[in-house]
Design a binder for this molecule. Structure first.
Ligand SMILES: Cc1cc2nc3c(=O)[nH]c(=O)nc-3n(C[C@H](O)[C@H](O)[C@H](O)COP(=O)(O)OP(=O)(O)OC[C@H]3O[C@@H](n4cnc5c(N)ncnc54)[C@H](O)[C@@H]3O)c2cc1C
Length: 219
């Protein structure tokens, strides 16, 4: 995957926080769980949260065959944005408050995957990106496959933007009486809970149990 900023993915504001390295972009994509996907639809612009998966070449999205957003995006230029929130940055004045984050924006042509084997592979990538579970449940049937719409968008036009560290206050405020600092923020897994309609004696897959207490971006 060769990522370089294009005129439209070149970060202009806060350019010092931009990173176009393939490894950085992939690390954030691997750590994230939700993409906000933006498309132009027949009834106006629409941005919806979605699961996703990726490999070195592409970002994959899936939904029902009748999915409005994905159907509208197929064959068109779309945008996906993934954000990891790491903290609230509290400055001496609200004007300089900020957030610590790692985010990626991917722009490009969304293509419908029609080949059943390629589609199945993309579904496996999306499924296992969330937490690996493709191989522990009932296999996906050809009917499931037919009922699902899968889009891919290339990872060739993507940018990362990362903010870390303290607030950046104005020099004359630093001597003032106000507190400044960071309130860190993270999302962690809790213990898995067996479904009400699932026999309670069934063992919980060990790799689900092992998630307990870990941060979602460590999975
Ligand atoms: C964490 C998360 C992960 C998800 N992952 C997937 C996924 O991988 N694949 C998938 O297909 N769907 C996923 N969804 C649901 C997704 O956001 C859409 O609701 C769904 O894809 C239907 O899209 P549509 O364009 O057909 O919606 P429609 O039902 O046609 O949307 C009609 C209107 O409903 C409202 N609407 C739709 N979705 C939402 C929403 N999520 N929140 C608030 N209002 C909404 C909007 O106003 C929209 O214009 C996920 C949602 C969340 C929150």
């Amino acid at each position: 995957m060769n990522v370089a900023p294009s005129p439209r993915t070149q970060v202009r504001r806060g350019a010092n926080r931009a990173d176009y390295e393939q490894r950085t972009i992939r690390r954030i994509l691997d750590a994230g769980l939700i993409a906000h996907v933006g498309v132009q639809t027949s009834d106006g612009p629409l941005v919806l949260p979605m699961a996703y998966g990726c490999d070195d070449e592409a970002l994959y999205l899936h939904g029902a065959a009748a999915n409005h957003l994905l159907g509208s995006g197929a064959g068109h230029d779309i945008c996906a944005s993934i954000t990891l929130l790491d903290g609230l940055v509290m400055a001496r004045t609200p004007f300089h408050n900020s957030m610590n984050y790692r985010s990626v924006v991917v722009r490009g042509l969304a293509t419908k995957i029609t080949d059943p084997a390629a589609k199945l592979q993309a579904l496996r990538i999306i499924t296992d990106h969330v937490v690996p579970n493709w191989d522990v449940g009932r296999p996906v049937s050809p009917t499931d496959n037919r009922k699902t719409l899968v889009l891919q968008m290339p990872l060739t036009e993507a940018s990362a933007k990362i903010r870390t560290g303290d607030p950046i206050d104005e020099e004359h405020d630093v001597e003032g009486p106000w507190w400044a600092g960071v309130i860190p923020l993270e999302t962690r897994f809790l213990a898995p809970r067996t479904a009400a309609d699932c026999e309670s004696s069934r063992p919980i897959p060990a790799h689900y149990v092992a998630l307990e207490g870990t941060r979602t971006d460590e999975r």
